[in-house]
Design a protein around this ligand. Structure first.
Ligand code: 3H9
Length: 697
């Protein structure tokens, strides 16, 4: 007999084995009704004289994937997860967690409080709270080390990664793996436990195994380096030290208090915002839910340069054949050799086998023409950023591809509508803007042109996900979203040098803010020749002050090409360490003298505000124009594309935290100091200040 306890939990009484099934799509999160339903199920189970063991299992694609993130911003409703888990821990009859899919966060914490854990082959386990700026607060920290040891537990808790069934079995996280029919296997397992005496095994009764005392400090330092600025991993180390020396109940209380404080912390709010924003970015205006993407089994990439090679790797990595089209045998050979070299690096690091390299390389077909593209499903052009060349390539591709094929351009700043206009079937066309190195960078700016068909938008989005990118759809706009905003930060960084700041001061301020690298060290990495070429391409659209601000050209002309020539904005020692260079100071002094610009001392606050508020102001224009659909999309773009620290939520979230009235005031101040052209507050900011709103409201 089955009893519906809450709309998300049912209890089936199968003789002496009771089975509680959680059914809360899509991921069986621990919403209030699930917690209440499970608490009722435990009550029923404990009350029944007939029941000898309880199985907790889930319907749908996964075991419980954690607490319901959407409830974190609402008042807490009892039973809270910790209360439920205490109930499980106190059960006088054995409870068995039967897991499939991903048992994550609070879901795994429930399992840890059960007497036994069994899993379907292929299941995965993790405590990913740290990725949301949180820590497991319902027994994960106090129980996991008791089961799998301090070192293993700390790795799972502080990194938030997942482990598979074999590893979980070997570490002692699960007791048994079953190949199929989890529900029936769990009941059989329950019967076996009962027949063997119905032993209750409480993880809370175990002691924390001994561990190397130096471990925690080594981990603390490594985590501080790897997750710069993030508080939760450091607190994980503190809590692990506490758990090792504190009785269970007291440690559990301290664990919960730490987690509760983290839920309210700005870092967690920022990371939770990004979690939702990344998912919201996949929902695209004009693409009805359920729109099927076109199938992509074979891809053509035109242009075997840096971008083309990186994009090719993305598809080879997921086993999709790639035809790489180039104009000469030499460039194609070079591309294949570079791809092989990148894979070779992975073999050296032990992340790929020689056999895998060969399998992937066998999927790469170099071609000098479009003859073999009759069965390609998607073509991406990644040729030189030249309108006429791109137009020719796109037209050539369209003639060679089947009618259903999607055609994409990797342009970074050409007009998407002009490109679309050279096609007979513009509905098949969209932008797919990858970032260099394309095989590494997570961000993919997909670009909608006026005629792009909904299923083509669905295809570029789904393809982005398939190749492991974070796809965000943007609209027509020069430089799209990421580069358009970056150009404003770059402009201010240059103007700040003219006004009296040094490259190292600007870089320091932005690195202290949380960026992995400052704009000038980044320019040295990209190469001053590349920077000068980009500048030359944009010169016509620049203001007179921007045109005259030719520091990049001067450095390039002096042979200071950046890291590759040993000097750029910095000079580099034999270990490639950047050092301030008096030659650059002199060069900047003469540039100022030549331009008649007085030097003044620039404070850190001015650097930060000018660089970042200029970006926020531009983002407001982008939003108003509809070139980005939502403020959250811009946050996803900047945290995945250009290293905006995720724990600050992205530029829009950050701006809302500061408050738009303060930002507007600063914009007005810099309008006076630098010029209205550069800092006039965007109309959207004016409107939001008037209505008291924020970008994300
Ligand atoms: C926790 O447990 C704290 C406790 O330790 C202590 C408390 C005191 N809640 O990612 P997908 C939604 S913290 C609510 O596209 P996938 C998601 O928004 C939690 N909703 O699917 C999306 O909604 P929509 C620790 C959630 O198959 C839909 O489900 N757990 C939650 O690519 C599909 O998601 C985590 O951090 C949630 N917890 O990946 C796990 N999770 O359709 C976070 C997902 O409206 N989740 N949704 O856009 C994940 O890692 C992935 O979602 C998962 C599935 C691997 C489960």
């Amino acid at each position: 007999m089955t009893l519906a306890l809450e709309k998300t939990v049912s209890l089936e009484r199968a003789g002496e084995i009771f089975v509680a099934t959680v059914d809360n799509p899509p991921v069986n999160a621990l919403s209030h009704s699930v917690r209440a339903g499970l608490a009722d199920a435990i009550d029923e189970f404990e009350r029944s004289d007939e029941a000898r063991a309880l199985v907790i299992v889930c319907a749908g694609r996964t075991f419980i994937a954690g607490a319901d993130i959407r409830e974190f911003n609402k008042p807490l409703q009892e039973p809270r997860l910790g209360t439920l888990i205490d109930r499980l821990d106190r059960c006088e009859k054995p409870v068995i967690a039967a897991m499939h899919g991903t048992a994550l966060g609070g879901g795994l914490e429930i399992a840890l409080a059960c007497s036994y854990r069994i899993a379907l082959e292929g299941a995965r386990f993790g405590l990913p709270e740290v990725k949301l700026g949180l820590l497991p607060g319902s027994g994960g920290i106090v129980r996991l080390p008791r089961l799998i040891g301090v070192e293993n537990a700390l790795t799972m808790i502080s990194e938030g990664g997942q482990i598979g069934t074999q590893e979980a079995l070997q570490k002692g996280l699960v007791d048994e793996i079953v190949a199929n029919d989890l529900g029936a296997s769990a009941v059989a397992f329950g019967r076996f436990v009962v027949a063997s005496g119905g032993l209750v095994r409480r993880t809370s009764d175990l002691s924390v195994p001994d561990f190397d005392a130096g471990l925690l400090e080594t981990r603390r330092a490594a985590l501080a380096k790897k997750h710069k600025g993030l508080k939760a991993p450091q607190i994980a180390v503190d809590l692990m030290a506490m758990v090792a020396g504190t009785p269970f109940a007291e440690a559990a209380e301290k664990e919960y208090a730490a987690c509760k404080a983290l839920i309210a912390s700005p870092q967690s709010q920022a990371l939770r915002h990004l979690f939702s924003a990344e998912r919201a970015a996949l929902k695209i205006k004009g693409v009805p839910q359920g729109t099927a993407p076109r199938e992509v089994h074979k891809v053509a990439i035109v242009g075997p340069g840096t971008m083309g090679r990186g994009i090719a790797i993305c598809f080879l990595d997921i086993g999709v054949p790639v035809v790489l089209v180039g104009r000469g045998r030499e460039s194609l050979d070079k591309a294949a050799a570079t791809i092989r070299k990148i894979y070779g690096g992975k073999v050296k690091r032990g992340t790929m086998s020689e056999a895998e390299v060969e399998t992937r390389m066998a999927l790469l077909e170099p071609a000098l023409d479009y003859d073999g593209l009759g069965d390609a499903d998607l073509a991406i052009e990644a040729v030189t950023e030249d309108l006429e060349i791109k137009k020719q390539v796109l037209a050539g591709l369209e003639a060679a591809l089947p009618e259903r094929a999607v055609i994409a351009s990797n342009t970074s700043f050409l007009d998407i509508e002009v490109l679309a206009s050279c096609l007979a079937r513009p509905k098949n066309f969209a932008g797919m803007h990858f970032f260099n190195p394309a095989n590494v960078m997570k961000l993919l700016e997909n670009v909608r042109a006026g005629a792009t068909a909904p299923d083509v938008l669905a295809t570029v989005t789904a393809t982005g996900k398939r190749i492991g990118k974070v796809p965000v759809l943007v609209g027509r706009s020069e430089g799209f979203v990421a580069n358009r905003m970056l150009s404003k930060r770059s402009r201010e960084a240059q103007f700040l040098l003219e006004d009296g700041a040094t490259p190292q001061q600007v870089d320091r301020v932005l690195v202290e803010f949380g960026f992995p690298i400052g704009p000038f060290a980044l320019a040295d990495l990209a190469g001053m020749d590349v920077m000068a070429a980009t500048r030359a391409a944009r010169l016509a659209s620049m203001t007179p002050r921007e045109q005259a601000c030719d520091i990049v050209d001067k450095l390039a002309a002096a042979g200071r090409l950046g890291q590759k020539s040993g000097a750029g904005y910095y000079r580099y020692d034999e270990n490639r360490k950047p050092l301030p260079d008096p030659v650059v100071d002199d060069m900047l002094a003469s540039h100022r003298a030549e331009r008649g610009l007085p030097r003044r001392d620039i404070g850190d606050e001015e650097i930060l505000e000018r660089c970042l508020y200029a970006m926020v102001n531009e983002a407001a224009r982008i939003l108003d124009e509809g070139a980005a659909e939502r403020a959250g999309d811009i946050d996803v773009i900047w945290t995945n594309g250009f290293g905006w620290p995720a724990y600050l939520g992205g530029p829009m979230f950050w701006a809302d935290q500061i408050g738009l009235p303060d930002i507007r005031k600063a914009l007005v101040k810099y309008s006076g100091l630098v010029g209205e052209t550069y800092f006039k507050p965007a109309a959207l900011i004016d409107r939001l200040v008037q209505t008291g709103g924020g970008f994300l409201d």
